[in-house]
Ligand binder design. Structure first.
Ligand SMILES: *[C@@H]1O[C@H](CO)[C@@H](O)[C@H](O)[C@H]1NC(C)=O
Ligand SMILES: *[C@@H]1O[C@H](CO)[C@@H](O)[C@H](O)[C@H]1NC(C)=O
Length: 488
């Protein structure tokens, strides 16, 4: 028994110095020592191989060949600089909406260009460089009542690729009212091999929009990404598609049709958000899927989603939180206080909801219908692509809601975030929660490697008791067989 345990000690190299140690008897059996030796030898061999290749081919060795070897090694993974963003805008909309782009674009670390219908704007170094789209009057457009600009916007794909920027792995397209969470997009795209053909995005939240366009179309405003290898081919053939699909409404339908003709289908990534809803998107933001938040769109059609902040400030506040722990933004954890029968849902970086009573997890993962339909008018049905539950009209029928106030780093690998109560109406609340004003959430940084991306698991949390005016919540990994439920 004793020996077995000793053999498993990870650091056997230290004990080898001790000539009397029992490990001396089993030096070769130490699994960690052997495997680390093999790994070192292996790494050395790879290094020698690369040096050999470079020297043996000399200066004639083509850069592409080096980079193809480099890409096949996992250490050369996709980074921010491998993404080129292309924003479709018009001269008039750009004046108003560039304030959204300024929030996620950084001149030092984001590669992006903006396509406008005409020039004449002063250059602004805090925004991506502006390009005036080429003339597209030769292409037909005959969707009744539609906008010809759809052709220009679709052709942004070709004009971006034709620029020939170096070292682009993914071409990303969006509108000027699309807000990207760039680091999360990098994480998501790292799952896929940019040397193969990929068309990555998401469809509309509004069922009827998908019926009208396609369930397999990446809706343009939510943003979509095309791998460099597919983009190069698409750029070559796009003009012929633009002739063939003149009867379609939008730019995204044109891209979708042309990609479909190349035999490629959409890779759905639920972090892209077209936001085809109006009004209050609290319910939508509070039930985000486990995948990282990649984009938000249609910000002018929705209410500011933080109290006492306008739209731009609301987005800035969310992006500010994401800068501390990008992977965790909008990720939902639920924990229970079984002593007082209280259920807490934390949506990191945005809001915390405190429910009186024992709420079952599946109910809390269902979207609260705080918003209204995208299309207005009688006969419009509110069918969504997810299950919803009613949001009580009476504020006293709703949970207590706390909105993000501030976020900070705890100096090591974690963050703290504070949420302040947002009182609506005079409601009678249970004794345990009636004085609550503030919630502080402590969490480790959510690191996701490529393996975890495929099978994410919701994290658990604990409520530190007792609490009175302020509550402290710790988020952590769940234990292997831990259930997210109240201990009863
Ligand atoms: C939002 O608030 C900021 C700062 O208070 C202000 O500069 C900006 O003009 C406001 N935006 C809108 C659309 O009102
Ligand atoms: C909670 O706070 C209130 C107001 O500060 C105080 O009167 C009360 O005694 C506190 N309750 C507990 C259980 O600490």
């Amino acid at each position: 028994m004793n020996q077995t345990r000793r053999k498993r000690r990870p650091d056997s190299s230290l004990s080898r110095l001790d000539s009397l140690s029992p490990e001396m008897l089993f030096p070769a059996k130490s699994p960690s020592l052997t495997s680390s030796r093999i790994r070192n030898i292996f790494l050395l061999l790879i290094f020698c191989f690369i040096i050999y290749i470079i020297f043996s081919y000399g200066t004639n060795f083509r850069r592409e060949q080096i980079s193809s070897i480099a890409r096949s090694l996992s250490v050369f993974s996709t980074r921010r600089r491998h993404l080129l963003f292309s924003i479709a805008a018009s001269h008039d909309s750009w004046l108003r909406r560039s304030s959204y782009v300024r929030l996620w674009y950084s001149p030092e670390s984001t590669r992006a260009v903006v396509f406008l219908d005409r020039g004449g704007l002063e250059s602004d170094l805090t925004l991506p460089p502006v390009i005036v789209s080429k003339d597209v009057s030769r292409f037909p457009y005959n969707f009744p009542g539609g906008l010809r600009s759809a052709i220009r916007v679709a052709r942004v794909v070709k004009e971006t690729v034709d620029r020939g920027d170096k070292d682009v792995r993914w071409f990303v397209f969006g509108d000027d009212d699309t807000v990207f969470f760039v680091d999360n997009l990098v994480t998501v795209l790292s799952k896929y091999d940019h040397r193969k053909w990929f068309y990555v995005g998401s469809n509309s939240e509004f069922y009827d929009q998908n019926v009208r366009y396609s369930f397999d179309m990446a809706f343009g405003g939510g943003g979509f990404a095309i791998s460099a290898s597919l983009a190069k081919v698409l750029a070559k053939v796009l003009d012929s598609c633009l002739m063939r699909y003149s009867h379609m409404y939008g730019s995204d339908s044109r891209i979708f049709s042309c990609v479909a003709e190349l035999g490629v289908t959409l890779t759905h990534e639920p972090g892209f958000h077209q936001i085809d809803v109006r009004g209050n998107i609290f319910g939508l933001l509070c039930a985000h899927p486990l995948s990282p938040l990649v984009s938000l769109h249609h910000l002018d059609a929705v209410d500011p989603f933080f109290p006492k902040r306008n739209r731009t400030e609301s987005v800035a506040h969310l992006i500010g939180a994401a800068s501390f722990d990008s992977g965790r933004i909008l990720q939902q954890s639920v924990c229970y206080d079984s002593l007082n029968t209280v259920t807490v849902s934390v949506v990191w970086g945005y809001a915390v909801q405190v429910y009186e009573g024992n709420k079952l997890l599946p109910d809390l993962l269902t979207l609260q219908k705080t918003f209204s339909t995208w299309r207005r008018g009688s006969g419009v049905q509110s069918n969504y692509m997810f299950s919803t539950r009613e949001y009580p009209r009476d504020p006293c029928g709703r949970p207590l809601v706390f909105f993000l106030d501030s976020v900070g780093s705890d100096g090591t690998e974690g963050t703290w975030s504070n949420y302040n109560i947002h009182r609506v109406g005079h409601c009678h609340r249970a004794e345990a929660v009636e004085r609550l004003e503030r919630i502080r959430v402590l969490s480790p940084k959510l690191e996701r490697n490529v393996e975890q991306m495929g099978l994410p698991r919701r994290q658990c949390c604990d409520i530190s008791s007792p609490y009175n005016k302020s509550m402290v919540i710790n988020i952590r990994q769940c234990m292997p067989d831990e259930l997210i439920a109240m201990n009863t």
